[in-house]
Design a binder for this molecule. Sequence first.
Ligand code: AMP
Length: 436
Amino acid sequence: MIPKKEKKAKAFQLVKGMKDILPEEQRYWQHVRKLIARVAESHGFERIDLPIVEFSDLFVRGIGKATDIVEKEMYVFEDQGGDKLALRPEGTAGVVRSYIEHGMQNRPQPVKLYYFGPMFRHDKPQAGRYRQFYQFGFEILGESDAVVDAQTIMVAYKVYQSLNLPVNIQINSIGCPKCRPEYENELKDYLKKRKNDLSEISKDRLSKNPMRILDSKEKEDLPIITDAPQQIDFLCEDCRNHFIQVLEYLDELEIPYVLNPLIIRGLDYYSRTTFEIWIGDEEEGRQSALGGGGRYDGLFELLGGQPTPAIGFASGVERLINQIKENDCRVDDQEQPKIFLAQLGPEARKKALRLFENLSEEGIRVSESFSKSGLKQQLELANKFGVHFTLIIGQKEIVDNTVMIRDMENGIQEVVDFDKVVSEVKKRLEKSVVKE
Ligand code: AMP
């Protein structure tokens, strides 16, 4: 009886909004990781890695109910134990949870931390927007002085500046719980009078969170927003002085900034300084945000901690990498192997395996094709990889306990003792680096 043909399983595909980072992309990621670590560490920031999963309430309380992130975008689930959990949509709430939980207020203040990792938002996927995306962020916790606002903006700016990306800082102050209510009332009155002309989303926000209307990208809202009263005219004396100081520090650091009353950042926990990093041509009006942040002095109490001043910044890695590509920024090339290891016959293969390990222990990157047996095929591969030398182990080399070294540039071959081959290869590689 002929066996029934089995139905071929349907090939799986990526979940919508997710992305593979393929090997050919890794050099960009590696470059960005190293750059962030270098900038952060040279400015006194220590790395923190936090879990992707937190109690969903951490974000509901920390980010605020009436925000898109919490209302629509958070991945929330109940685990087997009945806990209501969320995949983190951003990094700051977790950092603050950790600061409180580990008593970091007892360390010398301020505590300067940075992170790099995936975030999850059930956003509408489109070019440059994913449902799992990476952010790096800097946080300075435990200090209220305006100088740390400037330092945070400085590290954020430094990341882009060191890549020669033409970015500028869009900055605003959204006041504090003392002076914001008066402004909010004024804004509400103004918006109420124009309610009929507002977009549907903004009409809905009018009662819940009117400040967020300033964030709207809807066409019909834009003229209304442009003429709206500005928080800056309602700042209390402390907030005004704080803001002036931040700007003076930025002048001192020669960081280009633009006062932008619409930078209110959608999250509830911000106070005083808010800012975004923009790239693009201002005159052409085609600027986009690469990242943003602000002061969040009120967040600690919301999350059950002592009142603690803090400021932070988060930026998207995918968007940064797109800019690196678009602007042809110099990126470290992944080091290509300079050695190919060829073998002929089963005994030679065993020995080649050992030699491969000996070389890699010395940090020498080697390419090989142990599953192939013909010398011609292997030399073709070695040529394709563009290696400097091919090491060949055949029957004769097994008997003599030697290895043949072939210089791929001139074809000259030389036989070396098996035990001396690692040091010989090292010597030759050093010479070839000098030549390059
Ligand atoms: P936010 O936390 O919303 O202020 O976002 C900070 C930065 O993270 C943005 O400026 C983007 O660079 C990046 N980002 C936010 N959401 C996404 C997303 N869905 N996909 C890719 N990058 C994102």
